[in-house]
Design a protein around this ligand. Structure first.
Ligand code: C2E
Ligand code: MG
Ligand code: MG
Length: 394
């Protein structure tokens, strides 16, 4: 019998059946219930590994169920599927997380099959653990690859004017398939593997820049630098040595450091970042808005770009508060003389709002998901032949 057990509670049997069919194809044992009493009966009889719950049901509501699951110290993955608006879904998810539940995410009805499959796969993947030993071997065996996500110029007359992209690492795991960084970056950061991983990513990026140059693509690439690396005063020399070995100008690289990382040991970080800037690298403060920068520290740090965290950008349309936060961040960034990049642009309205704030560049699924290098080159060539805005990408 499958070790993945799914319990679905939804008062619409037709919806529950579609969910059940999809899960069975992924080898889940599925139980469907339509009201709370049978939910608890099934839960006690055979504890599920994944629970999907509807928020609105006639005699109970999903938030009540979330609280009761938390009281029982439920360790299953919990996903929310509902017709409620995205703000209600986000709040319900937060209630689950705040109560210590292992929240999988939310899906809005009508549910798209690919999103449901992705959610269930995420639950399966999270059961598959990887160790530092596996990661170390993977680095040696060249199992890490880099995908690139375009950064478009939002001020350009052309629709997708791509001059830069972000390098995002993936692990082609021989058994588990393509693993996303959230599965192994923390592992690398908490062991001594973050330096070899970063060197490996930088090596791939530098080789790729040389390849693109041959094709006439003068792109810049942003590379994520983990905060743990900023404790090493020799880092600027190590990275610039690597870059000059490939005969690439440091100005083609933008090093992204998260706001939280940059503000940890500020005097050491300042020393390292200043030397990076003197050597000609671009510096970007990533995930801005999620940390606690003081204005004075921010003013002193030698960044040239600020990336607005995707959590605010993704909620721009449904959430007035996010609009205010993004406007304030944009005002702050510009007043400090920083170029602004918004990450997580998923819809046209968010894009237009960011353009109205004169945000310089943007990244997001609306433009493109992170893609392998060859597709990145195709995106640049395709964009060069387009013009005008208000036209969805082909
Ligand atoms: P990040 O640097 O903030 O990268 C942006 C993340 O947002 C990427 O996730 C990207 O796929 C995702 N994203 C971009 N646009 C959208 C959108 O419109 N909607 C949504 N929902 N997401 C969007 P990814 O590739 O899973 O990377 C997650 C994080 O892992 C990165 O966040 C970065 O902190 C870390 N990471 C990735 N590659 C490396 C690396 O080579 N070294 C280090 N140290 N960290 C890395
Ligand atoms: Mg980044
Ligand atoms: Mg980010």
């Amino acid at each position: 019998m499958s070790s993945n057990r799914l319990l679905v509670i939804d008062d619409e049997p037709a919806v529950a059946e579609v969910i059940g069919n999809c899960a069975e194809k992924l080898d889940f044992g599925v139980t469907i219930v339509t009201e709370a009493e049978s939910f608890w009966a099934s839960y006690s009889a055979s504890p599920p590994s994944v629970i999907l719950l509807d928020l609105q049901m006639p005699r109970t509501d999903g938030v009540e169920l979330l609280r009761a699951l938390a009281e029982k110290e439920c360790s299953a993955h919990v996903g929310i599927i509902s017709g409620a608006d995205s703000r209600v879904l986000a709040t319900a998810r937060r209630i689950g997380e705040d109560n210590g539940l292992n929240m999988l995410g939310t899906l809005q009805k009508p549910v798209r099959m690919q999103d449901l499959r992705a959610m269930l796969r995420k639950a399966i993947n999270e059961k598959q653990t990887v160790s530092a030993g596996d990661l170390s071997q993977a680095i040696k065996d060249d199992q890490l690859i880099v995908h690139y996500q375009p950064k478009v110029d939002l001020g350009s007359e052309r629709q997708w004017d791509i001059k830069a992209c972000e390098a995002l690492v993936r692990w082609e795991h021989p058994r588990y398939g393509l693993l996303m960084p959230d599965r192994f970056i923390a592992l690398a950061e908490n062991s001594d593997l973050i330096l070899p991983l970063t060197n490996c990513v930088l090596g791939m990026v530098l080789r790729q820049l040389r390849e693109w140059d041959k094709d006439g693509l003068a792109l810049s690439v942003a590379v994520n630098i983990a905060p743990q690396l900023l404790g090493d005063l020799a880092l600027p020399d190590k990275i610039s040595g690597l870059v000059s070995g490939f005969d690439v100008s440091p100005s083609r690289l933008i090093l992204e450091i998260t706001e939280t990382g940059a503000m940890t040991d500020t005097s050491l970080t300042m020393d390292i970042l200043t030397r990076f800037r003197l050597k000609g690298f671009g510096l970007s403060i990533d995930d801005f808005g999620t940390g606690y920068s003081s204005l004075i520290q921010l003013h002193r740090m030698p960044f040239n770009e600020m990336k607005i965290d995707r959590s605010f950008v993704m909620e721009l349309i449904d959430n007035e508060e996010s609009k205010k936060i993004v406007s304030s961040i944009a005002g702050l960034g510009h007043s400090l003389g920083l170029s602004l990049c918004a990450e997580g642009i998923e819809d046209e309205e968010a894009l237009m709002f960011l353009r109205s704030l004169e945000c310089e560049t943007g990244q997001g699924y609306l433009i493109s998901r992170p893609v392998p290098p060859a597709e990145m080159a195709e995106l640049v060539f395709a964009s060069a032949s387009k013009s005008g805005w208000n036209r969805p990408p082909a």
